[in-house]
Design a protein around this ligand. Structure first.
Ligand SMILES: Nc1ncnc2c1ncn2[C@@H]1O[C@H](COP(=O)(O)OP(=O)(O)O)[C@@H](O)[C@H]1O
Ligand SMILES: [Mg+2]
Length: 344
């Protein structure tokens, strides 16, 4: 049986359905991300699991226990939010130990557990500091230690890294994953950052307008998105209008055999920028923009099928310049055929 089971979870406000019948099963030890644009219901979902927001309908079962009648403090959850919410007048050690004090853990055990939690987040040397004398990244580590110290059965993180600058965020991502692997804690991370979700998660849950669009490991969701929404949200993608005739798919006068048979008619084709190459034949276009990005070049091409972006590795190959006429080619296995009627 799964460790956390969410069944048809729904939250309605007066005129808004914030969460619309989400069902999800999470295994013990899994790292799951809830990923989606602002307003898609990520925080509301997490808050219902935490018990801070009432459930309109549906069920949440944690480790075999229905949480409906369990108050937030009795759910055994570790929580980290975007704002650190540390007590400014208390030292790091006192902040981290506060939850244990509330739980009437004795002094010796408390000191031992606080020291272990601070070591886990790499802050052993800062136990006696005050939060205001620490950087944003350090404060967020204190918040993480405070969540870990109670030995939660589930760790809930709501955009914990979004206030940090890019370099620190990368660093903290690595540490978060490291800590999660070492503790084996079942973790749910809420984020709108697709690269963060991909870097950290065992599985990504892509949300759109309060409902699940797709659930899967990062690579599978990236390579085989089930909708236009997922394809464009998970990294950059080109979406082109095409047509399907049985096993064959066409965009303008280019044609690919995609193998499996399908209904004939208008479709959308999604192709990642890094799967497209400049060749002798293919979709015709003109390079409008070319940007050097270090390990790769970024191109914007105005093609006969609409604008297309291309990423080309910075190797020894000769690449076109701005204004050049080009042909864009890709393999059948590099494209996803999606229904055209799906809402974007
Ligand atoms: N307390 C509330 N009252 C009314 N509407 C709310 C409330 N909280 C959230 N919402 C709405 O529910 C939707 C989902 O919000 P939220 O879960 O915060 O999204 P996310 O975290 O994905 O950005 C939004 O449309 C938001 O405006
Ligand atoms: Mg939110």
């Amino acid at each position: 049986m799964s460790f956390l089971k969410i069944e048809r979870l729904t939250k309605r406000y007066d005129h808004i359905t914030a969460v619309d019948g989400i069902s999800l099963e999470i295994e013990r030890g899994e790292f799951i991300s809830l990923l989606g644009p602002s307003g898609c219901g990520k925080t509301t979902t997490l808050q219902m699991i935490a018990g801070f927001t009432d459930v309109t309908s549906g069920r949440i079962v944690l480790d075999g226990r229905d949480l409906a009648e369990v108050p937030p403090a009795k759910r055994g959850l570790g929580l980290v939010f975007q704002s650190y919410a540390l007590f400014p007048h208390m030292t790091v050690a006192a902040n981290v130990g506060f939850g244990l004090e509330m739980r009437k853990v004795n002094r010796a055990d408390r000191d031992r557990r606080v020291a272990a939690a601070l070591q886990l987040v790499g802050l052993s040397s800062m136990a006696d500091r005050y939060p205001r004398r620490m950087s944003g990244g350090q404060q967020q580590r204190v918040a993480l230690a405070r969540a870990l110290v109670i030995e939660p059965n589930l760790l809930l993180l709501d955009e914990p890294l979004s206030n940090l600058d890019a370099k620190l965020r990368d660093e903290m991502q690595g540490e978060l994953r490291d800590i999660q692997e070492r503790t084996g804690l079942t973790t749910i991370l809420v984020t709108h950052d697709q690269s963060e979700a991909m870097a950290l998660s065992d599985r990504i849950v892509v949300l759109n307008k309060g409902a699940i669009e797709q659930v899967g490991p990062p690579e599978a969701a990236y390579k085989t998105p089930s909708s236009h929404f997922v394809a464009s949200f998970l990294g950059r993608t080109n979406t082109l209008e095409g047509n399907r005739e049985g096993p064959s798919v066409s965009v303008k006068d280019q044609r690919w055999t995609v193998g499996e048979d399908g209904n004939s008619g208008p479709i959308l084709v999604a192709v990642r920028p890094e799967r497209i190459s400049f060749g002798e034949t293919g979709l015709k276009g003109i390079v409008r923009k070319r940007v050097f990005q270090g390990s790769q070049w970024f191109f914007e091409v105005e093609s006969e099928a609409g604008p297309i972006v291309v990423l080309a590795p910075n190797d020894s190959r000769r690449l076109p310049g701005t204004g050049d006429t080009v042909c864009l080619a890709w393999q059948a296995e590099d494209m996803r055929v999606l229904p055209r009627d799906r809402a974007v």
